[in-house]
Design a protein around this ligand. Structure first.
Ligand SMILES: Nc1nc2c(ncn2[C@@H]2O[C@H](COP(=O)(O)OP(=O)(O)OP(=O)(O)O)[C@@H](O)[C@H]2O)c(=O)[nH]1
Ligand SMILES: [Mg+2]
Length: 437
Protein backbone atom coordinates (compact mmCIF):
# COMPACT_ATOMS: atom_id res chain seq x y z
CA UNK A 1 0.00 0.00 0.00
CA UNK A 2 1.21 3.47 -0.82
CA UNK A 3 0.18 6.63 1.01
CA UNK A 4 -0.04 10.25 -0.09
CA UNK A 5 -1.01 13.36 1.81
CA UNK A 6 -2.98 16.08 0.05
CA UNK A 7 -2.41 19.48 1.53
CA UNK A 8 -2.77 23.09 0.50
CA UNK A 9 -4.61 26.32 1.21
CA UNK A 10 -8.14 26.35 2.53
CA UNK A 11 -10.81 25.76 -0.14
CA UNK A 12 -8.29 24.93 -2.87
CA UNK A 13 -10.27 21.76 -3.61
CA UNK A 14 -8.35 19.04 -1.71
CA UNK A 15 -11.39 17.09 -0.58
CA UNK A 16 -12.99 17.34 -4.03
CA UNK A 17 -9.70 16.18 -5.57
CA UNK A 18 -9.56 13.06 -3.40
CA UNK A 19 -13.20 12.32 -4.22
CA UNK A 20 -12.24 12.56 -7.90
CA UNK A 21 -9.26 10.23 -7.51
CA UNK A 22 -11.10 7.64 -5.43
CA UNK A 23 -14.04 7.75 -7.84
CA UNK A 24 -11.94 6.60 -10.78
CA UNK A 25 -12.84 3.00 -9.97
CA UNK A 26 -16.17 1.55 -8.94
CA UNK A 27 -15.50 -0.03 -5.57
CA UNK A 28 -16.47 2.03 -2.53
CA UNK A 29 -13.55 3.51 -0.62
CA UNK A 30 -13.19 3.21 3.16
CA UNK A 31 -13.17 6.54 4.93
CA UNK A 32 -12.11 7.82 8.34
CA UNK A 33 -13.29 11.37 8.94
CA UNK A 34 -12.08 13.62 11.73
CA UNK A 35 -14.14 16.72 10.89
CA UNK A 36 -12.18 19.92 10.44
CA UNK A 37 -8.88 18.05 10.86
CA UNK A 38 -8.36 15.32 8.29
CA UNK A 39 -10.13 12.72 6.21
CA UNK A 40 -8.42 9.45 5.36
CA UNK A 41 -9.55 7.40 2.37
CA UNK A 42 -8.45 3.93 1.30
CA UNK A 43 -9.12 2.94 -2.27
CA UNK A 44 -7.89 0.79 -5.12
CA UNK A 45 -6.50 1.91 -8.44
CA UNK A 46 -5.46 -0.49 -11.21
CA UNK A 47 -4.84 -3.28 -8.73
CA UNK A 48 -2.82 -1.19 -6.23
CA UNK A 49 -3.94 -0.16 -2.75
CA UNK A 50 -3.77 3.49 -1.77
CA UNK A 51 -4.39 5.64 1.29
CA UNK A 52 -4.98 9.35 0.77
CA UNK A 53 -4.78 11.69 3.76
CA UNK A 54 -6.66 14.93 3.24
CA UNK A 55 -5.50 17.63 5.62
CA UNK A 56 -8.05 20.42 6.09
CA UNK A 57 -6.61 23.74 4.91
CA UNK A 58 -5.46 26.64 7.03
CA UNK A 59 -2.23 27.34 8.91
CA UNK A 60 -3.82 26.07 12.13
CA UNK A 61 -3.86 22.57 10.67
CA UNK A 62 -0.15 22.38 9.87
CA UNK A 63 0.29 20.58 13.20
CA UNK A 64 -1.71 17.69 11.72
CA UNK A 65 0.08 17.82 8.37
CA UNK A 66 3.57 17.11 9.75
CA UNK A 67 2.94 13.59 11.11
CA UNK A 68 0.80 12.67 8.09
CA UNK A 69 3.56 13.73 5.70
CA UNK A 70 6.21 11.94 7.75
CA UNK A 71 4.45 8.62 7.25
CA UNK A 72 3.54 9.19 3.58
CA UNK A 73 5.31 8.26 0.38
CA UNK A 74 4.42 11.49 -1.43
CA UNK A 75 2.68 14.82 -1.03
CA UNK A 76 0.18 16.38 -3.40
CA UNK A 77 0.07 20.13 -2.97
CA UNK A 78 -3.31 21.32 -4.27
CA UNK A 79 -3.57 25.01 -5.17
CA UNK A 80 -6.04 27.14 -7.11
CA UNK A 81 -5.09 28.44 -10.58
CA UNK A 82 -4.66 32.00 -9.34
CA UNK A 83 -1.27 33.77 -9.32
CA UNK A 84 -2.57 36.29 -6.75
CA UNK A 85 -3.14 33.46 -4.25
CA UNK A 86 0.31 31.88 -4.64
CA UNK A 87 1.53 33.20 -1.28
CA UNK A 88 -1.04 30.96 0.45
CA UNK A 89 0.98 27.95 -0.69
CA UNK A 90 4.17 29.18 1.03
CA UNK A 91 3.81 27.35 4.40
CA UNK A 92 2.98 24.09 2.59
CA UNK A 93 5.99 24.34 0.29
CA UNK A 94 8.16 24.98 3.35
CA UNK A 95 6.84 21.92 5.19
CA UNK A 96 7.24 19.69 2.12
CA UNK A 97 10.80 20.94 1.57
CA UNK A 98 11.69 20.24 5.18
CA UNK A 99 10.13 16.78 4.96
CA UNK A 100 12.22 16.05 1.84
CA UNK A 101 9.27 14.09 0.48
CA UNK A 102 8.46 13.62 -3.25
CA UNK A 103 5.79 16.16 -4.18
CA UNK A 104 3.37 16.74 -7.03
CA UNK A 105 1.88 20.18 -7.45
CA UNK A 106 -1.73 19.99 -8.64
CA UNK A 107 -2.98 23.26 -10.12
CA UNK A 108 -6.71 22.90 -9.54
CA UNK A 109 -9.68 25.02 -10.61
CA UNK A 110 -8.35 25.52 -14.15
CA UNK A 111 -12.01 25.85 -15.20
CA UNK A 112 -12.01 29.17 -13.37
CA UNK A 113 -8.42 30.22 -14.22
CA UNK A 114 -8.15 33.95 -14.80
CA UNK A 115 -4.62 34.32 -16.13
CA UNK A 116 -2.02 32.10 -17.78
CA UNK A 117 -0.91 28.86 -16.15
CA UNK A 118 2.73 29.88 -16.65
CA UNK A 119 2.01 32.97 -14.50
CA UNK A 120 0.55 30.76 -11.78
CA UNK A 121 3.69 28.59 -11.87
CA UNK A 122 6.11 31.53 -11.71
CA UNK A 123 4.14 33.08 -8.85
CA UNK A 124 4.34 29.76 -6.96
CA UNK A 125 8.04 29.34 -7.81
CA UNK A 126 8.84 32.32 -5.58
CA UNK A 127 7.85 30.18 -2.56
CA UNK A 128 9.45 26.88 -3.55
CA UNK A 129 13.18 26.19 -3.23
CA UNK A 130 13.07 23.41 -5.83
CA UNK A 131 12.31 24.06 -9.47
CA UNK A 132 8.67 23.55 -10.46
CA UNK A 133 8.49 21.60 -13.73
CA UNK A 134 5.32 22.01 -15.73
CA UNK A 135 4.29 18.57 -17.05
CA UNK A 136 1.25 19.73 -19.03
CA UNK A 137 0.20 22.80 -20.99
CA UNK A 138 -3.43 23.84 -21.27
CA UNK A 139 -5.54 23.72 -24.42
CA UNK A 140 -7.73 26.82 -24.62
CA UNK A 141 -10.89 27.55 -26.53
CA UNK A 142 -12.47 30.98 -26.35
CA UNK A 143 -10.32 31.82 -23.31
CA UNK A 144 -11.44 28.72 -21.37
CA UNK A 145 -9.20 25.74 -20.62
CA UNK A 146 -10.78 22.73 -22.31
CA UNK A 147 -7.96 20.20 -22.12
CA UNK A 148 -4.24 19.65 -21.64
CA UNK A 149 -1.24 18.28 -23.50
CA UNK A 150 1.14 15.99 -21.61
CA UNK A 151 4.65 17.18 -22.25
CA UNK A 152 6.36 13.79 -21.88
CA UNK A 153 4.02 11.60 -23.94
CA UNK A 154 3.00 14.53 -26.18
CA UNK A 155 -0.59 13.35 -26.02
CA UNK A 156 -3.44 15.82 -26.00
CA UNK A 157 -6.52 15.32 -23.86
CA UNK A 158 -9.85 17.04 -24.20
CA UNK A 159 -11.69 17.42 -20.90
CA UNK A 160 -15.20 15.99 -20.58
CA UNK A 161 -17.64 16.83 -17.81
CA UNK A 162 -17.41 14.22 -15.05
CA UNK A 163 -15.69 11.70 -17.31
CA UNK A 164 -12.18 10.71 -18.32
CA UNK A 165 -10.72 12.99 -20.99
CA UNK A 166 -10.74 12.14 -24.67
CA UNK A 167 -7.48 11.57 -26.57
CA UNK A 168 -7.28 14.11 -29.43
CA UNK A 169 -4.68 15.51 -31.86
CA UNK A 170 -2.59 18.34 -30.45
CA UNK A 171 -4.47 21.43 -31.71
CA UNK A 172 -2.39 23.55 -34.07
CA UNK A 173 -2.70 26.62 -31.89
CA UNK A 174 -0.98 24.82 -28.98
CA UNK A 175 1.83 23.16 -30.94
CA UNK A 176 4.32 26.05 -30.60
CA UNK A 177 3.72 26.43 -26.85
CA UNK A 178 3.90 22.65 -26.41
CA UNK A 179 7.34 22.45 -28.11
CA UNK A 180 8.67 25.32 -26.03
CA UNK A 181 7.34 23.92 -22.73
CA UNK A 182 8.56 20.40 -23.55
CA UNK A 183 12.06 21.72 -24.27
CA UNK A 184 12.02 23.52 -20.89
CA UNK A 185 10.89 20.35 -19.10
CA UNK A 186 13.54 18.18 -20.79
CA UNK A 187 16.25 20.71 -19.95
CA UNK A 188 15.14 20.77 -16.32
CA UNK A 189 15.18 16.95 -16.17
CA UNK A 190 18.55 16.78 -17.95
CA UNK A 191 20.15 18.59 -15.00
CA UNK A 192 19.71 15.28 -13.15
CA UNK A 193 20.44 12.83 -15.98
CA UNK A 194 23.68 12.92 -18.00
CA UNK A 195 22.39 10.58 -20.72
CA UNK A 196 19.40 12.84 -21.34
CA UNK A 197 21.66 15.90 -21.35
CA UNK A 198 23.88 14.29 -23.99
CA UNK A 199 20.86 13.50 -26.18
CA UNK A 200 19.65 17.09 -25.94
CA UNK A 201 23.09 18.50 -26.78
CA UNK A 202 23.27 16.21 -29.81
CA UNK A 203 19.74 17.24 -30.78
CA UNK A 204 18.43 13.65 -30.56
CA UNK A 205 14.83 12.99 -29.49
CA UNK A 206 14.82 10.96 -26.26
CA UNK A 207 12.50 7.94 -26.01
CA UNK A 208 9.28 8.61 -24.09
CA UNK A 209 9.91 5.65 -21.76
CA UNK A 210 13.37 6.99 -20.87
CA UNK A 211 12.00 10.44 -20.08
CA UNK A 212 9.36 8.92 -17.77
CA UNK A 213 12.12 6.98 -16.03
CA UNK A 214 14.15 10.13 -15.48
CA UNK A 215 11.05 11.99 -14.30
CA UNK A 216 10.38 9.21 -11.77
CA UNK A 217 13.94 9.27 -10.41
CA UNK A 218 13.85 13.06 -10.18
CA UNK A 219 10.53 12.99 -8.28
CA UNK A 220 11.73 10.26 -5.93
CA UNK A 221 14.84 12.28 -4.99
CA UNK A 222 12.65 15.35 -4.56
CA UNK A 223 14.84 17.31 -6.99
CA UNK A 224 12.01 18.99 -8.89
CA UNK A 225 8.32 19.48 -8.22
CA UNK A 226 6.26 18.33 -11.21
CA UNK A 227 3.09 20.33 -11.86
CA UNK A 228 -0.13 18.86 -13.28
CA UNK A 229 -3.33 20.67 -14.16
CA UNK A 230 -7.02 19.97 -13.73
CA UNK A 231 -10.36 20.70 -12.23
CA UNK A 232 -11.40 18.40 -9.41
CA UNK A 233 -14.94 19.74 -9.48
CA UNK A 234 -15.40 18.63 -13.11
CA UNK A 235 -13.26 15.48 -12.67
CA UNK A 236 -10.71 16.74 -15.21
CA UNK A 237 -7.06 15.72 -14.87
CA UNK A 238 -7.87 13.01 -12.29
CA UNK A 239 -6.66 10.02 -14.29
CA UNK A 240 -3.41 11.77 -15.27
CA UNK A 241 -2.61 12.60 -11.63
CA UNK A 242 -3.49 9.12 -10.39
CA UNK A 243 -1.41 7.46 -13.11
CA UNK A 244 1.55 9.68 -12.27
CA UNK A 245 1.22 8.71 -8.61
CA UNK A 246 0.99 5.05 -9.59
CA UNK A 247 4.12 5.08 -11.74
CA UNK A 248 6.30 7.51 -9.83
CA UNK A 249 5.64 7.37 -6.09
CA UNK A 250 8.21 5.22 -4.25
CA UNK A 251 7.28 2.27 -2.03
CA UNK A 252 7.25 2.34 1.78
CA UNK A 253 11.01 1.66 2.04
CA UNK A 254 11.73 5.33 1.23
CA UNK A 255 9.55 6.58 4.12
CA UNK A 256 11.25 4.07 6.44
CA UNK A 257 14.68 5.41 5.43
CA UNK A 258 13.61 9.02 5.93
CA UNK A 259 12.48 8.21 9.47
CA UNK A 260 15.42 5.96 10.42
CA UNK A 261 17.04 8.11 13.10
CA UNK A 262 17.51 5.51 15.80
CA UNK A 263 17.62 2.26 13.86
CA UNK A 264 14.96 0.91 11.55
CA UNK A 265 11.49 2.13 12.57
CA UNK A 266 8.64 -0.38 12.71
CA UNK A 267 5.71 2.04 12.43
CA UNK A 268 4.74 5.69 12.58
CA UNK A 269 1.75 7.37 14.27
CA UNK A 270 0.00 9.55 11.67
CA UNK A 271 -3.15 10.83 13.30
CA UNK A 272 -5.06 10.30 16.55
CA UNK A 273 -8.59 10.75 17.78
CA UNK A 274 -10.73 9.98 20.78
CA UNK A 275 -13.91 8.18 19.89
CA UNK A 276 -16.86 7.70 22.27
CA UNK A 277 -17.06 4.12 23.57
CA UNK A 278 -13.75 3.24 21.87
CA UNK A 279 -11.31 5.61 23.55
CA UNK A 280 -8.06 6.66 21.95
CA UNK A 281 -7.56 5.53 18.38
CA UNK A 282 -4.28 6.06 16.53
CA UNK A 283 -3.85 5.75 12.79
CA UNK A 284 -0.52 4.01 12.32
CA UNK A 285 1.44 2.96 9.29
CA UNK A 286 3.64 -0.13 9.37
CA UNK A 287 7.09 0.68 8.01
CA UNK A 288 8.57 -2.75 8.71
CA UNK A 289 7.42 -6.33 9.31
CA UNK A 290 5.94 -7.57 12.57
CA UNK A 291 3.22 -5.01 13.36
CA UNK A 292 0.08 -6.72 14.63
CA UNK A 293 -2.34 -7.45 17.45
CA UNK A 294 -0.55 -8.59 20.56
CA UNK A 295 2.88 -7.74 19.10
CA UNK A 296 5.30 -5.40 20.83
CA UNK A 297 5.36 -1.81 19.64
CA UNK A 298 6.93 1.07 21.57
CA UNK A 299 7.62 -1.15 24.56
CA UNK A 300 4.10 -2.56 25.08
CA UNK A 301 1.76 -4.89 23.26
CA UNK A 302 -0.69 -3.54 20.70
CA UNK A 303 -4.31 -4.04 21.85
CA UNK A 304 -6.14 -4.37 18.56
CA UNK A 305 -5.92 -3.08 15.01
CA UNK A 306 -8.84 -2.44 12.67
CA UNK A 307 -9.50 -0.91 9.27
CA UNK A 308 -10.56 2.73 8.93
CA UNK A 309 -14.15 1.83 9.88
CA UNK A 310 -12.93 1.00 13.43
CA UNK A 311 -14.73 -2.35 13.04
CA UNK A 312 -13.15 -4.79 10.59
CA UNK A 313 -10.30 -6.54 12.39
CA UNK A 314 -6.91 -6.26 10.76
CA UNK A 315 -4.74 -8.40 13.00
CA UNK A 316 -1.53 -7.78 11.02
CA UNK A 317 -0.27 -4.79 9.07
CA UNK A 318 2.15 -5.66 6.29
CA UNK A 319 4.86 -3.03 5.65
CA UNK A 320 3.17 -0.04 4.04
CA UNK A 321 -0.31 -0.78 5.37
CA UNK A 322 -2.29 1.65 7.45
CA UNK A 323 -4.67 0.72 10.28
CA UNK A 324 -6.33 2.05 13.43
CA UNK A 325 -5.02 0.91 16.79
CA UNK A 326 -7.25 0.66 19.83
CA UNK A 327 -6.62 -0.31 23.43
CA UNK A 328 -3.07 0.87 22.84
CA UNK A 329 -2.98 4.10 24.82
CA UNK A 330 0.82 4.15 24.83
CA UNK A 331 0.84 4.96 21.08
CA UNK A 332 0.45 8.51 19.77
CA UNK A 333 0.49 10.52 16.58
CA UNK A 334 3.69 12.41 15.71
CA UNK A 335 5.83 9.54 16.95
CA UNK A 336 7.87 6.85 15.31
CA UNK A 337 7.97 3.42 16.92
CA UNK A 338 10.46 0.62 17.20
CA UNK A 339 9.60 -2.56 19.08
CA UNK A 340 10.87 -1.05 22.34
CA UNK A 341 10.57 2.68 22.01
CA UNK A 342 8.54 5.63 20.82
CA UNK A 343 10.57 8.61 19.58
CA UNK A 344 9.25 12.01 18.56
CA UNK A 345 9.27 12.80 14.85
CA UNK A 346 11.99 15.15 13.59
CA UNK A 347 11.60 18.85 14.43
CA UNK A 348 10.13 19.78 11.06
CA UNK A 349 7.11 17.53 11.72
CA UNK A 350 6.43 18.99 15.17
CA UNK A 351 3.65 21.49 15.75
CA UNK A 352 4.53 25.16 16.13
CA UNK A 353 4.45 26.38 19.71
CA UNK A 354 0.73 27.05 20.29
CA UNK A 355 0.34 30.82 20.57
CA UNK A 356 -3.42 31.22 21.08
CA UNK A 357 -4.13 30.90 24.81
CA UNK A 358 -7.35 30.99 26.81
CA UNK A 359 -8.25 30.28 30.41
CA UNK A 360 -10.99 27.69 30.60
CA UNK A 361 -13.10 26.47 33.48
CA UNK A 362 -16.00 24.03 33.62
CA UNK A 363 -19.49 25.50 33.42
CA UNK A 364 -20.49 23.31 36.36
CA UNK A 365 -18.10 23.08 39.29
CA UNK A 366 -18.77 19.34 39.62
CA UNK A 367 -17.01 18.83 36.25
CA UNK A 368 -13.61 20.00 37.52
CA UNK A 369 -12.07 16.50 37.58
CA UNK A 370 -13.72 15.49 34.30
CA UNK A 371 -12.30 18.58 32.61
CA UNK A 372 -8.73 17.79 33.71
CA UNK A 373 -9.09 14.20 32.49
CA UNK A 374 -10.58 15.38 29.17
CA UNK A 375 -7.82 17.94 28.65
CA UNK A 376 -5.20 15.27 29.26
CA UNK A 377 -6.85 13.05 26.63
CA UNK A 378 -7.17 15.94 24.22
CA UNK A 379 -3.49 16.82 24.42
CA UNK A 380 -2.65 13.16 23.80
CA UNK A 381 -4.53 13.11 20.49
CA UNK A 382 -3.85 16.63 19.24
CA UNK A 383 -0.18 17.50 18.64
CA UNK A 384 -1.03 21.22 18.31
CA UNK A 385 -2.37 21.62 21.88
CA UNK A 386 -0.68 22.27 25.19
CA UNK A 387 -2.33 22.54 28.59
CA UNK A 388 -0.86 24.33 31.60
CA UNK A 389 -2.24 25.75 34.83
CA UNK A 390 -2.68 29.42 35.57
CA UNK A 391 -0.73 29.96 38.81
CA UNK A 392 -3.10 32.67 40.06
CA UNK A 393 -6.54 31.18 39.49
CA UNK A 394 -5.52 27.51 39.29
CA UNK A 395 -7.63 27.18 36.11
CA UNK A 396 -6.43 25.41 33.01
CA UNK A 397 -4.77 27.40 30.24
CA UNK A 398 -5.50 25.83 26.88
CA UNK A 399 -2.94 26.85 24.23
CA UNK A 400 -3.76 26.02 20.60
CA UNK A 401 -2.76 27.01 17.06
CA UNK A 402 -5.46 29.68 16.54
CA UNK A 403 -9.11 30.66 17.08
CA UNK A 404 -10.56 28.01 14.74
CA UNK A 405 -8.53 25.32 16.44
CA UNK A 406 -9.74 26.64 19.80
CA UNK A 407 -13.40 26.35 18.75
CA UNK A 408 -12.75 22.82 17.55
CA UNK A 409 -11.11 21.90 20.86
CA UNK A 410 -14.13 23.22 22.80
CA UNK A 411 -16.49 21.29 20.53
CA UNK A 412 -14.47 18.13 21.17
CA UNK A 413 -14.60 18.72 24.96
CA UNK A 414 -18.36 19.03 24.70
CA UNK A 415 -19.20 16.32 22.16
CA UNK A 416 -16.42 13.84 22.87
CA UNK A 417 -16.11 14.17 26.63
CA UNK A 418 -19.40 15.78 27.71
CA UNK A 419 -17.75 18.78 29.41
CA UNK A 420 -19.02 22.31 28.78
CA UNK A 421 -16.58 25.10 29.54
CA UNK A 422 -16.44 28.87 29.70
CA UNK A 423 -13.43 30.77 28.40
CA UNK A 424 -11.58 33.93 29.36
CA UNK A 425 -8.49 35.67 28.09
CA UNK A 426 -5.38 34.89 30.06
CA UNK A 427 -4.64 37.88 32.30
CA UNK A 428 -1.29 39.48 31.49
CA UNK A 429 1.13 39.56 34.39
CA UNK A 430 1.11 43.09 35.87
CA UNK A 431 4.38 44.79 34.99
CA UNK A 432 6.30 45.74 38.11
CA UNK A 433 6.96 49.44 38.50
CA UNK A 434 10.58 50.37 38.93
CA UNK A 435 11.09 52.18 42.19
CA UNK A 436 11.90 55.83 41.51
CA UNK A 437 15.43 56.82 42.42
N1 LIG B 1 -14.60 25.96 -9.99
C1 LIG B 1 -14.08 24.97 -9.28
N2 LIG B 1 -14.43 24.79 -8.02
C2 LIG B 1 -13.87 23.78 -7.33
C3 LIG B 1 -12.91 22.91 -7.90
N3 LIG B 1 -12.53 22.01 -6.98
C4 LIG B 1 -13.22 22.30 -5.87
N4 LIG B 1 -14.04 23.35 -6.07
C5 LIG B 1 -14.99 23.95 -5.11
O1 LIG B 1 -14.26 24.62 -4.11
C6 LIG B 1 -14.90 24.50 -2.84
C7 LIG B 1 -13.94 23.91 -1.86
O2 LIG B 1 -13.64 22.58 -2.22
P1 LIG B 1 -13.07 21.54 -1.17
O3 LIG B 1 -12.72 20.34 -1.92
O4 LIG B 1 -13.98 21.41 -0.02
O5 LIG B 1 -11.76 22.34 -0.73
P2 LIG B 1 -10.72 21.94 0.40
O6 LIG B 1 -9.39 22.33 -0.11
O7 LIG B 1 -10.91 20.53 0.80
O8 LIG B 1 -11.15 22.93 1.57
P3 LIG B 1 -10.75 22.84 3.13
O9 LIG B 1 -10.86 21.43 3.57
O10 LIG B 1 -11.71 23.76 3.81
O11 LIG B 1 -9.35 23.36 3.24
C8 LIG B 1 -16.14 23.63 -3.07
O12 LIG B 1 -17.24 24.46 -3.22
C9 LIG B 1 -15.82 22.90 -4.37
O13 LIG B 1 -16.99 22.57 -5.06
C10 LIG B 1 -12.56 23.12 -9.28
O14 LIG B 1 -11.77 22.41 -9.88
N5 LIG B 1 -13.17 24.17 -9.92
MG1 LIG C 1 -11.38 19.72 2.66
Amino acid sequence: MRVFTVLGPSQSGKTTLIDGLTGLEEQRPQVLDIPGVARVTQFGFMGDDWTAIDIAGGAENLATAGPALAGSDAAVLCVGADPQAAVLAAPYFRLIEEAGIPCFLFVNRVDAAEGRISEVISALQAYCRHGIALRQVPIREGGRIVGAVDLISERAWQYREGEPSLLVEIPEAVQGREREARAELLEALADYDDALLEQLIEDRQPLTGDVYETATAVLQHHDLVPALLGSAEHRNGMLRLMKSLRHEVPGVEAAGKRLAQHGAPLAAGLLADHVKHLGKTVLIRALGAGVGNGRMLAGKTVGSITGLDAKSPQPELAPGQVGLTMKSDHLSAAQVFTEDEAAPLPDWAQAHVPGFRRLIEPEHERDEARLSAALERLSEIDPGISVTQDPQSGHAVLAVQGPQHFRRALAKLSEGFGVEVTERTVPRPIARRCASP
